[in-house]
Write a protein that binds this ligand. Structure first.
Ligand SMILES: [Zn+2]
Length: 652
């Protein structure tokens, strides 16, 4: 008994002593994008102590959304608005617009921010800390964080295929979680005019009508829907930048307003699904710049955009504009002579200058694709979205003339390209600032964005599959200090985030070549994964050897040099008969994949039988249950518009 009496107080004292100097819970935290400064101290805060959140009244909506997300993903129930809550949000007007401070002590969490954006970033960080918590506890820490670039976006093509308001809300939620702050909606193109306008109701009526695809017709955004979406995004720290693509990419517009074309007549919007041969006047997709009504129309469009979108930015396109129709149009030619032009492209330049004036008259800034600066029509009052090739030449051309840029070059930022073309690692190692750029030009680089064109992307699942995980890499490029970026470290974190993405409902791509650098084909043919030889009548693109399709790596690929049709095949003849349980064929995950083809096998190398068929995602598979085969063949069964990529033929 006596012994026990002594022991008990000793034990209690030891326990107290232990909790007072509890060591660091962890030595690092896993955030995407990585925060600027994280100082982890001794001690921890149990998750179950997070029961309420106190927030200034005008930020209440944002805190409520956070509480809802938390209840779905972390099974924590927070009440909002009470005083003396364990999560306290306070305004700090000394912080930069998007900056935030997050402090965790053994008794609670304090968040300081100066704007809804900063608050959202802080809450995303807290959300990530909770989802990656160790033993249901948060470490005591102090985070000071702010973005490297003010513009961190995603351009989503809403014309080629349609995304519902609910889809877009999902996309916005996902963007906000990774601290992306701008959704650029490409609202119009040849395929569809998705923007409902009071003054021209025929635009959405005829601009989304397809006689041959009734189920795809009539999909567009009403003004109230867009206003609601803008509000939804604002509360989550995301700004929406609208794009109406002019003067090219306008077939859907001309279907409704053929009087704005050079030649008049009838135009038809076409879904991507309609074969090229059935698309009417596809090459006449530009409006007439010699017709003054065209500029009046732009003014009407801008008026309605300003009413819906509070963003400072309005994107008016300007990409890929052929001049052949203008060169034969009397109205365009009269303008050409009147303005003493010497190059047909100056007709576009005239249009660029005029529409920029229209946008500026509304107190807004015009964004345009980098073509608008080909002959210096853009000015420092505009902003270029730089997209062509690897971006740098057009970026430098703009910076030389002090024109601000948003970087989204095909190499690095085009996520309609498959993971073979823009791998997650390639994206991570890309940077929007060229080496040796003078410090004076740095402020002109506003940031950048991923671009997802949706010719071949038809579902929300596929949108997410094309974006994740590589948009997380891009989010870190745009947010975190360049000197802190480290691929190996990011690689560790991103694989940790796969289960988190599952919790968030993100359909990410689980890349078996995630750690590989960009695939660059070489002169030398790769070794095949097993003794075999390849037979094909598809001519290859230089260096993209047929052998890449059977080298055991899914990030290397054969790239055909023609649009394939019924006559084309690609076979692997095995060196010796081989027992196979399963065949999987992965063709390009970019735009260049095979969708119309049969998968055949041969047991003797001469006669083939069909065992599978390619799906809309360019994949084919077959279960063979240990059958001994001599050859595998891809037989194309229909005409494609793309040059095919064959990533890998996998025999298991
Ligand atoms: Zn014309």
């Amino acid at each position: 008994m006596r012994k026990k009496q002594i022991l008990v107080p000793f034990f209690t004292a030891a326990l107290l002593l232990f909790s007072a100097c509890e060591e660091k819970l962890v030595d690092h935290v896993s955030l995407i994008p990585q925060a600027v400064s994280v100082d982890i101290q001794n001690g921890s805060l149990p998750l179950n102590s997070l029961k309420s959140i106190q927030v200034p009244d005008d930020w209440k909506a944002t805190a409520t959304h956070f509480a809802e997300k938390l209840s779905k993903t972390a099974h924590l129930t927070l009440s909002v608005g009470t005083n003396n809550a364990p999560i306290a949000i306070v305004k700090n007007t000394n912080l930069d617009k998007e900056a935030y401070k997050l402090g965790i002590t053994t008794s609670g969490v304090t968040i300081e921010a100066n704007s809804i954006q900063g608050l959202n970033h802080a809450l995303s960080t807290l959300h990530q800390l909770i989802l990656t918590a160790t033993n249901e506890k948060l470490p005591v820490l102090t985070i000071n964080d702010k973005p490297r670039f003010g513009y961190r976006g995603l351009m989503l093509d809403c014309s080629r295929h349609f995304w519902t308001i609910d889809n877009l809300k999902e996309t916005i939620d996902q963007m906000a979680f990774f601290k992306l702050n701008t959704l650029h909606m490409h609202l119009t193109d040849n395929s569809a005019w998705r923007l409902a306008m009071d003054k021209y109701p025929q635009l959405t009526e005829k601009g989304t009508y397809y006689y041959d695809y009734p189920e795809m017709s009539g999909k567009y955004y009403s003004k109230p829907e867009l206003k609601e979406l803008v509000q939804y995004a604002q509360e989550r720290g995301v700004e929406i930048v609208p794009e109406v693509d002019l003067p090219g990419h306008s077939t859907a517009l001309l279907a409704a307003l053929p009087q704005l074309s050079c030649n008049g007549g009838t135009f038809e919007a076409y879904p991507e699904e309609r074969p090229f041969s059935k698309r009417k006047r596809g090459a006449e997709n530009m409006i007439c710049v010699g017709n003054p009504e065209s500029l009046k129309f732009v003014e009407d469009v801008v008026n309605e955009l300003v009413e819906i979108f509070p963003s400072q930015y309005i994107h008016l396109g300007g990409d890929e504009v052929p001049t052949n129709i203008w060169e034969k149009c009397p109205k365009c030619q009269a303008l050409y002579k009147r303005e003493k032009m010497t190059h047909p492209g100056e007709l576009q330049d005239y249009f660029t200058r005029k529409v920029s004036e229209i946008v500026r008259a509304k107190g807004k800034t015009m964004l345009g694709w980098d073509e608008i600066n080909d002959r210096n029509a853009a000015t420092p009052e505009d902003i270029l979205t730089v997209w062509r090739d690897e971006g740098t030449p057009n970026q430098l051309k703009a910076l030389e003339r002090n024109i601000p840029v948003i970087m989204c070059p095909q190499h690095g930022c085009y996520f309609d390209w498959g993971y073979a073309g823009n791998s997650t690692r390639k994206v991570y190692e890309w940077d929007p600032v060229p080496a040796d750029l003078g410090a004076d030009k740095l402020p002109l680089i506003k940031g950048g964005q991923a671009a997802l064109w949706t010719e071949r992307v038809t579902t929300q699942e596929r949108v997410e599959w094309m974006l994740y995980p590589r948009i997380c890499a891009l989010a870190e490029v745009f947010w975190s200090p360049k000197e802190d970026r480290n691929w190996d470290n990011f690689y560790q974190r991103i694989t940790q985030y796969y289960p988190i993405m599952e919790k968030l409902g993100i359909n990410y791509y689980e890349d078996d070549a995630l750690n590989e650098k960009e695939f660059v084909p070489s002169e030398e043919k790769p070794a095949l994964i097993r003794h075999a030889f390849i037979e094909t009548n598809i001519p290859g693109s230089p260096l993209y050897h047929a052998e890449y399709a059977f080298d055991g790596k899914t990030n290397t690929f054969f790239w055909g040099g023609v649009s394939v049709g019924k006559e084309h095949y690609f076979s692997v003849i095995l060196g010796e008969p081989t027992k196979v349980n399963e065949i999987n064929v992965i063709t390009g995950d970019s735009k260049d994949y095979i969708t119309k083809a049969d998968l055949l096998i041969s047991t003797d190398g001469n006669t083939f039988e069909k065992v599978g068929q390619f799906n809309d995602l360019g994949e084919a598979s077959a279960k063979l249950d240990g059958k001994t085969i001599k050859a595998v063949k891809i037989q194309v069964t229909g005409q494609h518009t793309c040059w095919p990529i064959i990533k890998e033929i996998i025999l298991k």
